[in-house]
Ligand binder design. Sequence first.
Ligand SMILES: [Zn+2]
Length: 41
Amino acid sequence: MNHIVVQACTSCGAPRHAHRVCMSCGKYGDEQIIVKEAAAE
Ligand SMILES: [Zn+2]
């Protein structure tokens, strides 16, 4: 049982791993985990 479960992010719809923070919008469930800064690069 080591397959990766991918679900669509409920916030932005991007595919993300279950039980992981969405790397697209930074949300996990209803919490904003990663706050992107404008012009990070
Ligand atoms: Zn997302």
